[in-house]
Write a protein that binds this ligand. Structure first.
Ligand SMILES: [Zn+2]
Length: 113
């Protein structure tokens, strides 16, 4: 079984019982050890949401430069507008009255390529 140490450089400063190691007067907070279960996911490198976000906030430009985005991407779509009968309500002296009107529903779907 392989393992990684949590990659948040400040993991060992977070005060939890699970990080306490050592005995008597030699206790420390230690970086969390993460057992690898053979899957390569972000949780192979970070022990918690907190540690992942501390890391991202400490190295934002380094993370962005792993895969720079210099232009927007586009996904071809079809936009379909369909009309349907709906109602709105008017408040009158005698209570509410239902008034029909023509409503429009917009549906976006991916274009078949
Ligand atoms: Zn951690």
């Amino acid at each position: 079984m392989s393992y990684n140490w949590c990659h948040n450089p400040d993991c060992h400063t977070i005060e939890t019982q699970s990080r306490v190691r050592g005995s008597d007067d030699n206790k420390v907070l230690r970086t969390v050890k993460i057992k690898s279960h053979g899957t390569d996911s972000i949780w192979t490198y970070f022990c918690s949401d907190n540690c992942l976000h501390q890391f991202l906030n400490k190295f934002p430009s380094e993370v962005a430069n792993i895969r720079p985005v210099n232009k927007p991407s586009e996904t071809p779509i079809q936009v379909e507008k369909t009309k349907y009968e709906s109602y709105r309500y008017n408040w009158t002296a005698n209570g509410t009255e239902r008034v029909p009107y023509q409503a429009t529903r917009t549906t976006i779907s991916l274009k078949n390529s």
